[in-house]
Design a protein around this ligand. Sequence first.
Ligand code: NAD
Length: 461
Amino acid sequence: MSPLKIINPANGRLIATLPSDDAASVRAKFRAARAAQPAWAAWPLRLRLAAITRFRAAIVAHTEELAQTLTGEMGKPITQARHELKGLLPRIDFFLKATPSVLRDETVFSDRKTALIERITHEPLGVVANISAWNYPYFVGGNVFLPALLAGNAVLYKPSEFATRTGLSIARLLHASGVPNEVFVPVVGTGEVGRALLRQRIDGVFFTGSVATGKKIARAASGRLMRVQLELGGKDPAYVCEDVDVSTVAAAVADGAFYNTGQSCCSVERVYVRASIFPQFVEAFVATVKGFRIGDPTDDATYIGPLARAAQVEVLEQQVADARRKGARVFTGGKRLRGHGRGHYFAPTVLIDVDHSMIVMRNESFGPIIGIMAVRDDAEAIALMNDSDYGLTAAVYTPDRQRAEAVLARMEAGSAYWNCCDRVSPRLPWTGVKDSGIGVTLGREGIRTFTRPKAWHLRAH
Ligand code: NAD
C-alpha cells in the first residue's frame, strides 16, 4: 500500500508522509486484538475507568498541541479545534459516570417458592472496528471508542485519511493512559484499508461518514452476523417562525450553518422562513455571513477556513450552478475563493429563490453554503422539512414552545431542536432516521450498543 500523504488544506503543503497499513498488517492487528481482548474485558471496570480518566487528563494537558495538529491536517479554524477538544471533556465525564450503571448486572426476577432467579449481564461484543470521519474526529471517534473500551471491547480504529495524525495522537494518549496497545489499535490508510478491516472476523462495525460509504459498509457486512452501526450525513432543516427576534435568530442560524466551515453532520443545510419576515431575515442573515472572517485557520480570528477535501469545492460549484440554472439568486458568495495559494476555499454562500428541484436543497453540501426559502405556514414548513432522504436533526425557532413541539413531533429526524441547532449532548441518544443512519451513539443506549445481554436462568434446585 502506498504511503499516506498528509496535505495541509489551507495551503496545499505536504505535512507528513505516513506508512499505510495493508491487508497483511490489518490481519496481524486484528489477531493481536482478538488475543488481547478477553484480558481487557476481565479488568475490573474501575481500572478501565481509571485509564479513561487519565486519558481525559492527557487531553487537557495537550489541548494546544492536539488542536494545532487537527487544524494543520483538516483546516478547522484553531479556536474551533480548541473548542472541540474542550467539548470532548463533558462527553468523557458522561461515559465515566454512566457506564457503571449501564453495565451493572440486573436481577429482573427472583422467586423463593420456585427458587428461580433471572438475571441479565452485559458482555462486550469483542473486537469492533471504528471507521471514522475527519470533520469532528474527537467527537465522532470518542462517541465510539470511549464506551466501546469501557465496556471491555478491543477497538480497531481507522481514522479518516484526512485526520490520521489526530487519530495517531489519540492512540498515543490512550496507550500512555494505560490502554494496552493491542486493545486500542490505530489502522492507517484510505478506504482500501477500511475494506481490509471489514474482511476480518470482527464482532461489529461502527462507522461515521457519508451515505455512499455507509451503504458500501452495509453491503460488505451483509452475510456476516455482526452489529452494524452507521452514522451518516444530514440535510438538516431549520424553520424560522414569524414571531422571533429576527436578527438574533438569523445570527444563530447562520452560526449553525457555517460553523466548522459548514462541515458538520448536523450543520443547518436548509432554512425555511415565514414569508412575512423573509426579507428582514435574509438581510440580517447575509449581514452575519458577510461578517465571518475567512482565512488562515491557525489565526485566532478566523471563523471560516478551507474545506478539508479539495474535491468538495467542485461539489459546491455544481450545486450553485444547478441552483442558478433553475432560478436561484446568489445573495452572497457562490464561488471558490482564489488568493489562498493552493488552499481549498469556498466563499460563504447564501442562495434565495430556491426550491426542492435544486440539488442544493436535496444533497448534503458539507460546506459554507445555504439555501433560504419562504414558506406560507407551519404545514408547508413541515412538508418541506420532511421532504428529504435524510433525517438527522431539525430545528424550529419561535418563542411558542407548544407550537415548536407540535412541529418537532412531526419531524422525521433523530434530534429535535427548539430555539437551538447544530448541538449534540452526551446525555441524549444521537441517531438518524432514513439515510442518516442506523444505530445509536451517546446517551445510555450509546453505551449499551457495545454490549450484548446474556440472559441467566438460575434455579437453585
Ligand atoms: P467518508 O464516507 O468519505 O469516509 C469515512 C471513512 O470511511 C473514512 O475513514 C474512509 O477512509 C472510510 N472508507 C471509505 N471507503 C470505505 C470502504 N469502502 N470501506 C471501508 N471504509 C471506507 O466520509 P467523510 O468524508 O470522512 O465524512 C463526512 C461525512 O460524514 C458527511 O456525510 C457527514 O455528514 C458524515 N458524518 C456523520 C456524522 C453523524 O454523527 N451522523 C458525524 C460526522 C460526520
